[in-house]
Write a protein that binds this ligand. Structure first.
Ligand code: NAP
Length: 271
């Protein structure tokens, strides 16, 4: 029950109304009988979010597009991995001191747990944006051999260089053989363009594991085609729930149940 002791957590993004984070975190607060509430805010500038955290004593915040990089100069402390990735998606407010973390990277890694071992695998990442940076960092940390493929080749090369991976162009995609894992971090296939797939069907082979970090729809065209080819598939909700669970653990010390939340969301959209 909300009362005068209820503490506030939130997400800052713009746009943010589509986010599933309030549903997820409020359900976990309720399940663990924590007197906190989680709301969504759409500031025009991230300075407004920072001021709100300090003035309203907001205990923690999720940070999403377009603020993950912009927020860094306003923090008192940044986790070393988040600093290397160059993006923060989680803030903790401890007595007015703001610390920043990145839970996307470990979430991408955890999504493969029990499905495929990452060390020494050849991992092709489509995209070189903010999400790709976090995913690539996580894969390299697990000794993956990472290949970045991006529309803008300069960005692909910059990301590849920063993680000591390789970059190739979409035109050369068919030349690369023996990919163990394919990860789509581009928005291709996301609602409303749900018929689009980021790679041609003949690039997919049955011995590949395919993860799409797009979670709207849950079964993207890429995942549907990969499943039909016999590939192991991992949906974007898995990574999304892992990043949220790690935020919840950072804020409360409790590791919430991801499986039951995945079932709840899969069986009926909360919105
Ligand atoms: P971003 O920083 O804007 O990067 C987007 C990347 O996708 C860029 O590399 C861009 O290539 C590429 N791209 C965009 N449209 C493309 C197209 N039509 N064809 C080929 N490549 C295209 O975005 P982001 O933050 O990385 O997010 C990307 C996606 O991941 C979004 O759909 C987001 O919702 C999702 N996401 C999911 C999770 C999760 O937990 N599941 C977490 C974060 C993000 P150029 O460089 O050539 O423009």
């Amino acid at each position: 029950m909300i009362d005068t002791n209820t503490t506030l957590y939130c997400i800052f993004g713009n746009p943010v109304r589509h986010s599933k984070s309030p549903f997820i975190h409020n359900a976990w607060f309720k399940e663990h009988q924590i007197n906190s509430v989680y709301l969504a805010f759409e500031p025009k500038r991230i300075e407004q979010g920072i001021n709100a955290i300090r003035q309203l004593d907001i205990q923690g915040a999720s940070i999403t597009i377009p603020f993950k990089t912009q927020i860094i100069p306003y923090l008192d402390k940044i986790d070393p991995d988040a600093a290397k990735i160059g993006a923060v998606n989680t803030i903790v407010n401890k007595n007015g001191k703001l610390s920043g973390y990145n839970t996307d990277s470990s979430a991408a890694v955890r999504s493969f747990k029990g499905i495929i071992e990452l060390p020494d695998k050849t991992i092709c990442i489509l995209g070189a944006g903010g999400a790709a940076q976090a995913v690539a960092f996580g894969m390299v940390k697990k000794n993956g051999d990472v290949i970045i493929v991006n529309r803008n080749q300069t960005k692909a090369e910059q990301l590849a260089q920063s993680i000591t991976g390789r970059a190739i162009s979409y035109q050369d995609l068919e030349q690369i053989k023996s990919i163990d894992i394919l990860i789509n971090t581009t928005p291709v296939g996301m609602f409303p363009d749900i018929q689009d797939s980021p790679v041609p069907d003949d690039f997919l082979s049955p011995d590949m594991a395919v993860m799409d970090i797009v979670y709207n729809p849950l079964e993207t065209q890429l995942l549907s085609r990969a499943r039909k080819k016999g590939c192991l598939t991992i949906d974007g909700l898995s990574m999304f729930l892992h990043q949220a669970a790690e935020q919840f653990r950072i804020w409360t010390g409790i590791t919430p149940d991801i499986e039951s939340m995945h079932r709840t969301i899969t069986n009926g959209d909360p919105h």
